[in-house]
Design a protein around this ligand. Sequence first.
Ligand code: NAD
Ligand code: DAU
Length: 360
Amino acid sequence: MILVTGGAGFIGSNFVLDWLGQPDGVAPNPEPLINLDALTYAGNLENLAGLKGDSRHIFVHGSIGDLDLITRLLAEYQPRAVINFAAESHVDRSIHGPEDFIQTNIVGTFHLLEAARSYWQDLDPERKDHFRFLHVSTDEVYGSLAKDDPAFAETNRYEPNSPYSASKAASDHLVRAYHHTYGLPVLTTNCSNNYGPYHFPEKLIPLVIHNALAGKPLPIYGDGQQIRDWLYVKDHCAAIRRVLEAGKLGEVYNIGGWNEKANLDVVHTLCAILDELSPRADGHSYRTQITFVTDRPGHDRRYAIDSTKLERELGWKPAETFETGIRKTVLWYLDNQAWVNNVTSGAYRDWLGKQYGETA
Ligand code: NAD
Ligand code: DAU
């Protein structure tokens, strides 16, 4: 039994589905999983609809900030590991309102660590030895790279630039401190930008696919030359499983896809795939919908991950290239328009108005 937090979000739900062996022929796993999720705007039980009736998936609606609840869950289910995906994750939202990021990413992680610490301390020696607390974090904690800087290694200094990345950096420090001070057996992963199924359409790739098909503007911040290092979400999930299985206690592992792309190039690629798979009725390219908009404040120029340590020490490698992964992703969105329509109704529209104003 493992406890996963945030398992109804984008990466968490992909992880839960893969763990239980539902999609893509991954072998079924008999080990059950408790999924604790607060179901914020980003959490969606529809992502897990395929698990209905599966007794290996125990969903609990609640927050990582609820110390009593987590203490009860740990006592009742006695998991061998906690994997912490739960977070507020969108940089632009953290700029509009940082409070939730501080509460969930910092205070919530602190409460989760506290509950895990007292649970772990009372385990019998063998179970104590095998217990793991795996914290899922981001490359954004390292700040921004100049054009020719080497990619982020685990030894890079933390230089977070947004309220989101600062809150994730703080949570990473707490996780580290719980290892050094109390001996809690922790592992931390810092991953680059993910993309794939169930990605909420506030983020660049699903937003562009959604807006393109809806005939709306494709908003590019600033000059569109900011660089991100893209990783297909299922490769991230595989890396987490590998780190959980074989990672060295107290260590940090960077996870990345060796796929650095400028935002404008990503959007051009999406337009080209959509032009081929779902052409506009008027015969024009989706590129004509590209609109340059005001830049994100404090926008990091470039991220790039050096995942040599993970590859060399634990033998992980991404299975997808950007070209194969992005095509799968577009196909998934074309095949799952009902999912997109559900998540983009209601409160999503308020967010678009707040972030993009007239161009929404
Ligand atoms: P997401 O926003 O899609 O999902 C977050 C999930 O956490 C949602 O299901 C939400 O309901 C849940 N949640 C929020 N607050 C909670 C709370 N207090 N208690 C319990 N659940 C809560 O995020 P994501 O993109 O899937 O990211 C998951 C994790 O991976 C985050 O920690 C993020 O920082 C990290 N990460 C994301 C990326 C990326 O590209 N998306 C890359 C690297 C690391
Ligand atoms: O690097 C890992 C991080 O990747 C994760 O920690 C975050 O949780 C995740 O949201 C993601 O952060 P980014 O800010 O890089 O992702 P986003 O999809 O918001 O933006 C990707 C790039 O595209 C970024 O340079 C901003 C730009 N962008 C984004 C949006 C939403 C645009 O140009 N226009 C847009 O409308």
